[in-house]
Design a protein around this ligand. Structure first.
Ligand SMILES: Nc1ncnc2c1ncn2[C@@H]1O[C@H](COP(=O)(O)OP(=O)(O)OP(=O)(O)O)[C@@H](O)[C@H]1O
Ligand SMILES: [Mg+2]
Length: 234
C-alpha cells in the first residue's frame, strides 16, 4: 500500500533522514521504533506531505505522492494523528471529530462515520458535548485517533500515542489501536516505547539517527540482540 524508497529529508537543507526504505502492506500494522530524535516524526511528516523529501520516492496505492500537497494526500486516504495530540480544547468533542471529516462531502456519510467512530470510542460519545480540554490525557489521545478515522482513511499514521500517558492508559490506547487494526485498518505507528510497539506489530523497523538498522516481524525484532541491547537493557 505504501512504499518508501531511498528517502532522505530534513530541515533547512540539513538532512536528518538518510536513505530510508520501507513498506506497509494492506491490512498490516507496522511499527517504526527508535529513541528521541531518531527521525520518526520527520518520516511521518514527509509521508503526509508536511515536509518534502530531499531525494527518494513515496508511493501510495501505486501513485507517487512525494510532490503532492498535504490536502491531496489526505484525500487519497492517508490520515495523520500527530504527536502531542493537538485537539482543539475550546471546541466540543463532537466538533473536533467533525473537523476530521472535512474531506467527506455528504452529510449522510459524515453521520455514518461519526456513528462508526462512536462505536469504537463509546467514551467519546458520552462526552460529545464536553469541551475537549476537559478530557483526560488518555481521552484526548483517543479523540486525536478518532478524528483521524473521521476522514475514512485507508492508512492511519500514528505518532507516539503513548507520549505522556500513564502505563495503564498506554495499554488502553494500544488496545483500541489493535481493535481498529482488527477491523481491517492499515496502520503505521511510530513509537519510542519499543517493546509495546513491536509486540503489537506485524512487522517493524528500527530507526537509529535517521537510518533503518534492522527490520523484521515484531517477534524477530524483539528477540534480536540489537533490540534487546539497545532498547531493553538486556
Ligand atoms: N522543525 C525542525 N527544524 C530543525 N530540526 C528539526 C525540526 N524538527 C525536528 N528536527 C530535528 O530532526 C531530528 C529528528 O527529529 P524527529 O522529531 O523526527 O525525531 P523523533 O524520532 O520523532 O523523536 P521523538 O521520539 O523525541 O519524538 C532531530 O535531531 C530534531 O532535532
Ligand atoms: Mg517524534
Amino acid at each position: 500500500m505504501l512504499k518508501v524508497r531511498n528517502l532522505s529529508t530534513g530541515y533547512d537543507g540539513v538532512p536528518v533522514i538518510f536513505d530510508v526504505s520501507f513498506e506497509v502492506r494492506e491490512g498490516e500494522m507496522v511499527s517504526i521504533v527508535g529513541s528521541n530524535g531518531a527521525g520518526k516524526t520527520t518520516i511521518l511528516k514527509t509521508i503526509s506531505g508536511l515536509l518534502k523529501p530531499f531525494s527518494g520516492e513515496i508511493e501510495f496505492l501505486d501513485k507517487r505522492i512525494d510532490r503532492m500537497p498535504a490536502h491531496e494526500i489526505v484525500k487519497l486516504g492517508i490520515a495523520h494523528v500527530p504527536e502531542g495530540r493537538h485537539v482543539f480544547g475550546k471546541m466540543t468533542v463532537r466538533d473536533n471529530l467533525l473537523l476530521g471529516a472535512y474531506t467527506l462531502e455528504s452529510d449522510t456519510d459524515i453521520k455514518k462515520v461519526l456513528e462508526e467512530v462512536y462505536e469504537i470510542f463509546p467514551r467519546l460519545k458520552e462526552r460529545e458535548n464536553q469541551k475537549a480540554e476537559t478530557l483526560s490525557g488518555g481521552e484526548q489521545q483517543m479523540l486525536a485517533i478518532a478524528r483521524g478515522l473521521m476522514s475514512r482513511p485507508k492508512l492511519l499514521l500514528v505518532d507516539e500515542m503513548s507520549l505522556g500517558l500513564m502505563p495503564i492508559l498506554v495499554d488502553k490506547v494500544l488496545d483500541i489501536l489493535k481493535e481498529i487494526s482488527r477491523r481491517g485498518m492499515t496502520i503505521l505507528l511510530v513509537e519510542q516505547k519499543v517493546q509495546e510497539a513491536l509486540e503489537m506489530a506485524d512487522r517493524g523497523y528500527v530507526l537509529q539517527t535517521g537510518r533503518i538498522v534492522a527490520e523484521g516481524t515484531g517477534k524477530e525484532l524483539l528477540e534480536s540482540d540489537l533490540v534487546k541491547k539497545a532498547y531493553m537493557g538486556m
